[in-house]
Write a protein that binds this ligand. Structure first.
Ligand SMILES: Cc1ncc(COP(=O)(O)O)c(C=O)c1O
Length: 323
């Protein structure tokens, strides 16, 4: 469907995308005073169903991000989730989707501050191309841009203004011939990718930076930590990671709503492990792909079906193991 004619949620109403306009002096546009989410929906043709992944958790994070901007959202996470499902139905999106909830200071006036500025809540759901798993994995570099520090702006919140840092790092990486950037904290520890959390595997232990190392507290990150422990039986440790551990790790992978579980097979021209996708990354990627498509009934709580009367889910169709 043409973007202009898509129905969107806008301050409690459903309107056409082309009718949800912002003015040039909009506060959030000028000062980055907004927060957002990225949510994926996966179309399962066998079930005739679209599943939204961890919808409630995304809206809970949005409400927390908004709180850091001194916005107390009237809508609960459950209400925002219901609006999202309604949007999908109104637009009859029977395909993979990307959902972009956005809250921004919408007063059209000059003046940097957070207090006393009105806000807008909107949700847009658009068709999304299916994710194609890369056989070779990603080539990443350590960026010369540092991850924003919590004392400069709260890195754990998904604030629009903070993303200029990600954009600087990502474009540098791409223009230098890499697929993705890895940002370090100001004190030189590994934080995350431009829009992904990062994990390494060393001697069978799955390691990821702690939430105090200026990372976004990723929903895929917590999903994968749980899967690595419960499904693969691996020790999962949150601790600071040195840059050179990236070079010595058996495996490195990114996690995020956009990339799922995405293996990294080269960092700064050094092959990771054998330079091919490792078995832990592969097993986690397969598990994740099955779960988001609603194929593993034990994780049904994580997936919100959008359309009524789905064909009954056949239960556990797939098994994955790191063995
Ligand atoms: C900076 C940053 N880190 C990590 C992530 C991964 O978070 P999630 O798994 O919740 O998508 C994202 C994506 O939202 C991000 O923008």
């Amino acid at each position: 469907m043409e973007l202009a004619r898509l129905q969107v949620y806008h301050n409690g109403r459903y309107v056409r995308y082309e009718d949800a306009k912002v003015g040039l002096l909009t506060h959030g546009l000028n000062y980055g005073t907004g927060c957002f989410e990225g949510i994926r929906g996966y179309w399962n043709p066998d079930h005739g169903q679209l599943y939204l992944f961890r919808l409630r958790e995304h809206y809970e994070r949005l409400r927390k991000s908004a709180g850091l901007l001194l916005v107390t959202l009237e809508e609960t996470a459950a209400q925002l989730s219901a609006h999202t499902v309604e949007l999908i139905r109104r637009n009859d999106l029977r395909q993979d989707v990307y959902v972009r909830p956005l809250v921004f200071k919408s007063a059209e006036e000059i003046g940097v501050r957070l207090h006393g500025v009105g806000y807008t809540v909107c949700i847009v759901a658009v068709p999304h191309r299916p994710y194609i798993e890369s056989e070779r994995g990603l080539r990443a570099c350590v960026s010369s841009w540092r991850r924003i520090d919590d004392n400069s702006a709260p890195a754990r919140a998904k604030l629009t203004g903070i993303y200029v840092s990600s954009a600087l790092a990502k474009t540098d990486a791409i223009k230098n011939g890499y697929d993705e950037a890895i940002l370090l904290t100001a004190d030189g520890h590994v934080a995350e990718g431009s829009a992904e959390n990062i994990f390494i595997v060393r001697d069978g232990t799955v390691i990821t930076p702690p939430v105090t190392d200026n990372i976004l507290e990723g929903i895929t990150r917590s999903t994968v930590m749980q899967l690595a422990a419960t499904e693969l039986g691996l020790p999962v440790v949150e601790r600071s990671i040195d840059r050179s551990e990236l070079y010595q790790a058996d495996e490195v992978f990114f996690t995020g709503t956009a990339v799922g579980v995405s293996p990294v097979t080269e960092v700064d021209h050094r092959p990771v492990g054998g330079g091919t996708v490792g078995k832990v990354s592969k097993a986690l990627g397969q598990l994740y792909a099955d779960i988001v498509l609603g194929r593993l009934s034990q994780y049904a709580d994580w997936t919100t079906p959008c359309f009524p009367q789905p064909v009954a889910a056949p239960g556990n169709e797939a098994k994955a193991s790191a063995q």
